[in-house]
Write a protein that binds this ligand. Structure first.
Ligand SMILES: Cc1cc2nc3c(=O)[nH]c(=O)nc-3n(C[C@H](O)[C@H](O)[C@H](O)COP(=O)(O)OP(=O)(O)OC[C@H]3O[C@@H](n4cnc5c(N)ncnc54)[C@H](O)[C@@H]3O)c2cc1C
Length: 403
């Protein structure tokens, strides 16, 4: 059979896109192909579980708009499908004068992004969070927590109920486009579709290349390593606790996150990975490393960020350095409080000139749309991202554009 749509990737972006395609075109013949034996086994299933409110992003940017709309849509989806979530709010804590100035800039940015924030002084902060110290903090009440794996299960149920198929254990190895269709091949078979949407996360550049697209970027894996606090410390904080981010870096810094199962995690850092899909520490994949080591943009970006990169590497190897990052705002934490927890791996697109891509990156042909970079908070933003991609593929104008 010739499908109307094939979606590659059973992470949250692929599933949200499939769901929106079926909503816009009920009865469409659609198949989702996922290489793992279950859904959301990569970035989506290894993240902090935060529904971001979206205060960080440049006002007026696609990322800011998608995050604000995505947070609302995610909560609505959870309510409708009885998926537990909590709007617990977060505190961005300033621990020095520079961070205090950056915090004030964030107040302005939040206003422009139409997100409610409340600046707190040191005493207010202490009253709200007796275990956290700082010169001040910004309270963002709308931030929430959820298990994005559960959200994906909910989306998969909607997709199946609409008559579409999700095939697991299918690693796509070849894609060819003709005037009339796209042929997708894997060891398990061959599929033909009128349109193809590729949402392959950590493998997105490879899939673009096997589809014959010219790419100027390379995916470089960044490990986000977490620890878990002992369950006796599950009540150490009432909100999510974040540092004030460095605007030059695409990562948010080590934070204390209350997960929806009541566990508190610490992390993630952002350290260069030696395997795209190797979660245990010191995982190594020769092909993954050789590919980015042979890409000029990797070395340019490494040289630009060398100081920060070495610090992250040191803190990854020596737990004491990692602990210091958290003790800046949570001084009661001890080294024995940092218990093992599975890492996540971020697909960071790097351009040939060494620029780290902070925004979405799409490549398009007549019948294919490749999502080449879906940066954090793409789990929060997945529903409106899916809406835009689906609108693009069905040529239905939802009023949004892909930059
Ligand atoms: C450490 C970390 C913390 C984060 N925290 C947050 C957060 O708190 N809140 C938030 O909103 N965002 C967060 N993010 C970002 C968010 O998780 C990702 O942006 C989002 O999950 C990306 O989803 P995706 O579907 O694009 O990718 P993925 O979830 O990686 O899915 C891609 C899928 O494609 C499949 N695939 C790949 N190649 C093939 C192939 N050849 N054939 C078939 N299938 C294939 C993979 O198996 C995978 O299932 C975080 C990310 C990380 C790494």
């Amino acid at each position: 059979m010739v499908y109307d749509y094939c979606v590659i990737g059973g992470g949250i972006v692929g599933l949200a896109t499939a769901m929106k395609l079926l909503e816009m075109q009920p009865g469409a013949r659609l198949v989702v192909l996922e290489k793992e034996e279950g859904l959301s086994r990569h970035q989506t299933g290894h993240n902090s579980g935060v529904i971001h409110a979206g205060i960080y992003y440049t006002p007026g940017s696609l990322k800011a708009d998608l995050c604000r709309r995505g947070a609302k849509a995610t909560k609505e989806f959870c309510r409708k499908h009885a998926i537990p979530f909590e709007t617990c709010g977060k505190l961005l804590v300033a621990t020095n004068e520079l961070e205090l100035r950056r915090m004030n800039d964030l107040v302005e940015r939040a206003k422009l992004n139409q997100i409610e924030v409340q600046p707190l002084d040191a005493a207010d902060l202490r009253r709200r969070e007796p275990n956290i110290i700082g010169l001040g903090a910004l309270f963002v009440p709308e931030t929430g927590i959820v298990d994005f794996k559960r959200v994906c299960e909910g989306m998969a149920a909607v997709i199946r109920a609409a008559g579409a198929t999700i095939e697991l254990g299918i690693t796509v190895t070849s894609i060819s486009e003709s005037d009339s269709a796209v042929t997708i091949s894997a060891a398990g078979g061959k599929w033909e579709a009128s349109k193809l949407i590729v949402c392959a996360g950590l493998q997105s550049d490879r899939l673009a290349r096997i589809a014959g697209l010219k790419t100027d970027h390379q995916i470089v894996p960044f490990r986000g390593e977490y620890y878990r606090l002992p369950s006796s410390k599950n009540d150490i904080v009432r909100h999510l606790i974040y540092p004030i981010p460095d605007p030059d870096l695409p990562f948010l810094g080590v934070h204390l996150t209350r997960m929806i199962d009541r566990t508190v995690t610490v992390g993630p850092n952002a350290v260069l990975g030696f395997a795209r899909e190797g979660y245990p520490k010191f995982s190594f994949n020769l092909q993954d490393v050789a590919e980015y080591a042979g890409f000029p943009g990797f070395w340019k970006s490494t040289l630009r960020n060398i100081r920060h990169g070495l610090k992250e590497m040191k803190n990854s190897i020596f737990k004491a350095g990692y602990l210091e990052e958290c003790r800046k705002y949570c001084p009661s934490l001890q080294i024995g409080d940092l218990l093992p927890y599975e890492a996540g791996i971020r697909a960071q697109a790097v351009m040939k000139d060494g620029t780290l891509v902070h925004d979405f990156l799409f490549l398009e042909t007549a019948r294919m749309l490749h999502v080449c970079n879906a940066p954090s908070p793409a789990a929060t933003s997945a529903i409106p991202i899916g809406e835009i991609l689906a609108a693009r593929m069905t040529r239905f104008d939802s009023g949004s554009v892909i930059n």
